[in-house]
Design a protein around this ligand. Structure first.
Ligand code: NAP
Length: 284
């Protein structure tokens, strides 16, 4: 937006820019920068925006008035006005909702292997899920832990084939197929997971020091979901141009309804949204 010479304010909830990639050990599918850590990539994006003169502020938007020609965003600290808004609030980790998850969160239950993995050096960890994040987490943890259990509810993994290959070839990762976690147990710290095999109905207690939950994401759309149309899962309904049901309001990245949620497609959404913003402003 700044390159298009638009007066641009970026409102970030966290001090660090980068969102979900900050906790990604390695982003290997962003062209031209193979093997970058998510943190480095986030910092590069931020430096680039800073160099161009985009202004950043730290706040959390809680509600908004978006219908008029001038939109107002109400943050915890301040109110902001703009003629157009690009919502790029991303997505957050889903919870499993099983006994012990909430109580032992931070005491062995984690949603971020790269943030908390170091606490499980030479210990045993279990990862729940079968998508890209679960596979990446299992691979990352297998470098540190003496044993990693991957708990997946089906007999086929969802994540990328390259990651599947690395998981299945690892002698440290054991995949528990058709298996669901019913409870996380421990006295003040995670000690075990109660598992049920969905095919045989058998239940077992698996001893583990850590439980990493990677069962998907849900959109961070609540501040705007009463005003801007969403799909059935709460993602903002918008096409490639980013235009939402509210004129002058655009959606980019993981919070938009789309086929593929990657840094690459999020960056592409950003470029499309800015073009849409320029057109919208030129027409008025
Ligand atoms: P995801 O692709 O939605 O996978 C979630 C996994 O958790 C699935 O295997 C699912 O099982 C399982 N699951 C969901 N609810 C469950 C429950 N209640 N109990 C047990 N298992 C459950 O989510 P993700 O791995 O977090 O990835 C989120 C998005 O980011 C995806 O679009 C992914 O492609 C993208 N991503 C991309 C990259 C990359 O390109 N490098 C890296 C990370 C993430 P089923 O398979 O049976 O549905």
């Amino acid at each position: 937006a700044k390159r298009a010479e638009l007066d641009t304010l970026v409102i970030e909830r966290e001090m660090m820019s980068g969102g979900q990639i900050l906790s990604t050990y390695e982003v290997d599918n962003y062209p031209g920068l193979p093997g970058s850590s998510g943190f480095d990539l986030g910092m590069k994006f931020r430096e680039h925006a800073d160099q161009l003169g985009a202004v950043f502020t730290e706040d959390c938007i809680e509600s908004a008035e978006l219908s008029g020609a001038v939109k107002t965003l109400y943050g915890q600290k301040e109110a902001y006005q703009a003629r157009t808004v690009i919502i790029a609030t991303g997505a957050r980790h889903k919870k499993l909702g099983i006994p012990g998850e909430e109580e032992l969160s931070g005491s062995g239950v984690s949603y971020c292997a790269t943030c908390d993995g170091a606490f499980f050096k030479d210990k045993t960890a279990a990862v729940i899920g079968g998508g890209d994040v679960a596979l990446e987490d299992a691979i990352f943890l297998s470098r540190l832990c003496k044993k990693v259990h991957l708990i997946h509810r089906r007999d086929e993994l969802r994540g990328a084939k390259t990651l599947q290959k690395r998981v299945l070839e690892s002698d440290k990762i054991e995949v528990h197929w058709n298996t669901v976690a019913d409870a996380i147990e421990g006295d003040g710290r995670v000690e075990s997971l109660v598992l049920t095999n969905r095919k045989t109905g058998e239940t077992e207690r698996l001893e583990t020091d850590g439980v990493f939950i990677a069962v998907g994401i849900e959109p961070e759309s609540s501040a705007f979901s009463q005003i801007v149309e969403t799909d059935s899962q709460g993602y903002f309904a918008a096409g490639e141009d980013g235009a939402t049901s509210v004129p002058g309001v655009f959606a980019a990245g993981d919070v938009r309804t789309k086929q593929l949620r990657q840094v690459l497609t999020a960056a592409s959404d950003g470029a499309n949204c800015v073009t849409s913003v320029e057109r919208y402003l030129a027409e008025r």
